[in-house]
Design a protein around this ligand. Sequence first.
Ligand SMILES: O=P(O)(O)OC[C@@H](O)[C@H]1O[C@@H](OP(=O)(O)O)[C@@H](O)[C@@H](O)[C@@H]1O
Ligand SMILES: [Mg+2]
Ligand SMILES: [Zn+2]
Length: 176
Amino acid sequence: MKLLILDRDGVINQDSDDYIKSVEEWIPIPSAIAAIARLSQAGWTVAVATNQSGIARGYYDLATLDAMHARLRQLVAEQGGELGVIQFCPHGPDDGCDCRKPRPGMLLRIAEHYGVDLAGTWFVGDSRGDLDAALAVDCQPVLVKTGKGERTLAKPLPAGTLVFDDLAAVATHLLQ
Ligand SMILES: O=P(O)(O)OC[C@@H](O)[C@H]1O[C@@H](OP(=O)(O)O)[C@@H](O)[C@@H](O)[C@@H]1O
Ligand SMILES: [Mg+2]
Ligand SMILES: [Zn+2]
């Protein structure tokens, strides 16, 4: 199974230090939507693993998060693609859950959903926690420079991390 797992904020859509608190604040990176559609049409399954501590912090609710994800699915479908499962962690940093990245719980749930082994599966993110979550379950850590990627790149990366300008470049590489 060709499975690609994506972080959301900073990879698929613009990120903000003030969190993405509404559908109106959820601004897709156009080339990222097209990349997901291209991959999907080429037989890839594209899943998402996203921290959403804004829920625990009371910045937005599950209905708002669902509306963002409905919008994401709609945009991908309009380009002839289909987005796979979206796993999110609604917890805060002090909740001690197993799903908040850098913990790999969401990646494990995605693997369980599709009945696959995660070893070598690319996980594309913009933050160090994404890379560490990947390494925790033997995924290939992939950093993009969008979102917080440039900040992440300014510090040492885990050995073996692949770096691309954006998700479109990742898709082009995988589809070549
Ligand atoms: O990049 P993904 O995982 O899709 O989502 C990140 C968001 O949940 C937010 O995560 C927060 O980190 P804290 O949760 O406050 O540590 C901050 O980095 C926000 O800027 C960011 O929007
Ligand atoms: Mg991110
Ligand atoms: Zn969690």
